[in-house]
Ligand binder design. Structure first.
Ligand code: AMP
Ligand code: ZN
Length: 119
């Protein structure tokens, strides 16, 4: 059987997706914020004084595969909520899409960076 590149190109599915495992609580990751759509936690390799990741609960490989525009809006709203909660008035958001752009984890996520940003 020949698989379409789009669905199997990474050789990775939800079962071995690190962010799915974090969302499921497999690593007891501390969530800075969570709701029905997403969780927010600190990046393990911070590129700024503050470096958080907004990760949707559903597994979507990247922005290119996300059909749910309402979810995308709610994810941006979570950026607003968590930065307000954490008293971060000024920040940069980044979404890496595709390996050539630096995407390493193929589960959609939004970086939030603030303070001495090295990215
Ligand atoms: P990207 O390059 O946009 O795919 O970003 C993936 C980010 O996930 C990188 O900044 C990594 O440091 C971060 N990361 C990878 N594994 C973990 C983990 N177990 N916990 C927290 N952050 C992680
Ligand atoms: Zn995943």
């Amino acid at each position: 059987m020949v698989f379409e590149l789009s669905s199997y190109k990474r050789g990775e599915d939800m079962a071995d997706c690190i962010f799915c495992k974090i969302v499921n609580g497999d690593f007891n990751t501390k969530f800075i914020y969570e709701d029905e759509d997403a969780v927010v936690f600190n990046d393990i390799n911070p590129k700024a004084n503050i470096h958080m990741l907004v990760v949707p609960r559903i597994h979507v490989e990247s922005l290119n595969e996300c059909e749910d525009t309402e979810l995308l809006g709610r994810l941006l709203n979570i950026v607003k909520k968590v930065t307000k909660q954490e008293n971060i008035p000024s920040y940069r958001t980044v979404i890496n899409t595709g390996r050539d752009a630096g995407q390493e984890v193929f589960h959609l996520h939004i970086h939030i960076l603030s303070g001495d940003i090295k990215l």
